[in-house]
Design a protein. Structure first.
Length: 113
């Protein structure tokens, strides 16, 4: 009897490697690398939020803005949340993870003057 994937099933890989790695690039800003060979790729989740595919590098670049540092963190946070909601695993470097956590905490509890 065929089975239907449940809501808790992971869509991406189960080999212990992340489906997407998000990291700052010295020239391109925030970029994401997608694991190849996934049954269903997470790329549409990135492109729907304006991440641009760079085929020559096989990377996705976060939207370029006038405030790259703040906006890169926001883009990484949105992408990570969207990927997790899509049941993909996303990895970031520890320094970036700490910055994302601080950014999320500030957004959740803004300081009033």
């Amino acid at each position: 009897m065929p089975t239907t994937p449940g809501s808790n099933d992971i869509v991406g890989s189960n080999d212990g490697e992340p489906d997407v790695a998000i990291d700052p690039h010295p020239k391109l800003g925030m970029v994401a690398a997608v694991t190849s060979g996934l049954p269903t790729g997470p790329a549409p989740l990135l492109t729907r939020t304006s991440w641009k595919h760079m085929p020559a590098l096989d990377l996705y670049q976060a939207p370029v803005t006038d405030r790259p540092e703040d906006d890169n963190l926001a883009a990484a946070a949105r992408a990570t949340a969207r990927l997790q909601r899509g049941r993909y695993t996303a990895a970031v470097q520890p320094d970036l993870a700490a910055a994302l956590a601080r950014s999320s905490a500030t957004a959740a509890h803004p300081q009033h003057p």
